[in-house]
Design a protein around this ligand. Structure first.
Ligand SMILES: [Ca+2]
Ligand SMILES: [Ca+2]
Ligand SMILES: [Ca+2]
Ligand SMILES: [Ca+2]
Length: 264
């Protein structure tokens, strides 16, 4: 299958048939004929087909997105972010058909005209409603990235908790994931760089531990702060139920490194 976008993949079973669909977003070029996101329908485990545009159409071209059941009806919705700081919500009718929400339930973006690099959906405060974390960069792509924490107020409308619940320690990051790093039952946030900067200087990662109730503090004790010239991805390497990290370092003799989670 031809793919016109790439960079991020999210999965969710949008039509409740037991087989997960895929949402692919990111790295859109001006030559890309698509709108920057593609919904790939799972045909009962046999193969994937591109969903027809009218099944999930939104008004802009988008650079990042994720599945997220924002209204708690059990059907994964789609949240999309455009390169100009615009956001859109596509509501799932429960059968995998999406319609554009008439109003955008999200706060104003931190960077007006900025670029959304990553969107992650997770219930950060365990209130039963999915929240959103977004990593965005300024319009010029030069400058510090910003982490937004949008709290679902319990009605599918989101409020900006960034300044009160998530410390902003500006660094240059493009990658974001949410995982329970210290195995305390609360999802934590990791922001990191992808690849190298221009001088091949070591690039730092940021770990924000959830203190409970969705309040975060930065922590640098769980894993080495310097990730090198690398890509960082979470997975459970030794199958002990705790999230480890793999560090892929393509231009370095150390190659790939697995950082085992040794938290109690
Ligand atoms: Ca499905
Ligand atoms: Ca929903
Ligand atoms: Ca929540
Ligand atoms: Ca945790």
């Amino acid at each position: 299958m031809r793919n016109d976008v790439g960079g991020c993949i999210a999965s969710a079973d949008v039509d409740c048939d037991g087989f997960p669909e895929l949402l692919v977003t990111g790295f859109l070029t001006s030559a890309s004929p698509s709108q920057g996101y593609q919904l790939l329908l799972n045909r009962q485990g046999h193969d994937f087909v591109l969903a027809p545009p009218w099944q999930y159409t939104a008004p802009f071209r988008f650079t990042s997105g994720t599945f997220c059941d924002v209204n708690n009806d059990g059907a994964p919705d789609i949240v999309l972010a455009a390169g100009e700081g615009k956001h859109a919500l596509l509501l799932n009718d429960g059968k995998g058909w999406f319609r554009l929400a008439p109003t955008t339930p999200f706060p104003s973006p931190h960077y007006v005209g900025g670029v959304s690099s990553r969107l992650v959906c997770a219930d950060l405060d365990a209130d039963g409603w999915n929240d959103l974390v977004e990593l965005s960069n300024p319009p010029s792509s030069v400058g510090e990235s910003y982490l937004s924490y949008w709290h679902n107020e319990g009605n599918g409308v989101f409020k900006d908790f960034s300044s009160s619940h998530l410390p902003q320690i500006p660094r240059d990051a493009q990658k974001l994931f949410v995982a329970d790093l210290n195995h305390d039952g609360w999802p934590d946030i990791v922001a990191a760089a992808i690849g190298c900067d221009g001088q091949y200087e070591p690039i730092e990662q940021q770990v924000f531990l959830n203190q409970g109730d969705g309040v975060f503090v930065e922590d640098d004790t769980l894993s080495p702060r310097e990730t090198g010239c690398s890509e960082l991805t979470p997975f459970d390497a030794n199958n002990d139920g705790k999230v480890d990290l793999v560090r892929i370092t393509p231009f370095d003799a150390t190659g790939s490194t697995v950082l085992i989670n040794t938290s109690p």
